[in-house]
Design a protein around this ligand. Sequence first.
Ligand SMILES: [Cu+2]
Length: 272
Amino acid sequence: MALAMAVVIALITVISVYIFGAKVWWMPPSISTHGPAVDHQFNLTLIVTGVVFVLAQLGLAYFVWKYRERGDGRKATYSHGNNALEVGWTTAAAIMFIGLNLIGYRIWANMYFTPAPPDALEIEVQGQQFAYYFRYPGPDGKFGPTHVEKIDDATGNFYGLDREHDPDAKDDVVTATLGVPVDRPIELILRSKDVGHSFYVRELRLHQDILPGIEIPIHFTTTEDALKYNGGKYEIVCTQLCGLGHYKMRAFLQVMTEADFEKWLQSQAAAQ
Ligand SMILES: [Cu+2]
């Protein structure tokens, strides 16, 4: 029985390692300039914790077998612990986790604590139950003011713009797809119309909550690879349970060449 148990524990360990090692379920390719650093950090954490996992599991299997019932009438003895050992592994675990955090923090801070480059293309992202709408400032480079009382999904005025009276709003372009030019810094300003949502694109390695009442800026630059996969089209999903329709709250990121982007934006502007 003890041997069977030890074999099962060892098998679970080997199969788990295989699933990660052979990348049976793995992340989609990265399409952002910060993606490789995030993936590197992910792999580093996976390897460090993976080694600990394998050692702990194999140790468990060994002891299950070693201290099995042998039918010789021996009584079990109870241990009251070993202070030196406990201090040792607690310190080792603390160093490991704090160390991984410090290394990862630099990557995270680079994404969130550095401002977007001055030439970044600014786009507003509005999350609402249960869709995303994107706003481009148009040729004047300025977003027009929004008016809560003018928001009307039925007429497509998702942002509450007053195009007749606000000159800055006149040329704003509101779209249902997030079109971006490849290889150019993009700054997204995230805002919510109602409750908490989030903005998540796996391939961008970008994940940020959207909260009502505050504007959250994030920035990224896509790599040339972004045009290679799936025609440059990637899913944007909401990962915060935001109501009954949460499961279908999604939109698409469409990465294009600069020329295609200009054409696309013009066609979107014509449809306003
Ligand atoms: Cu949502």
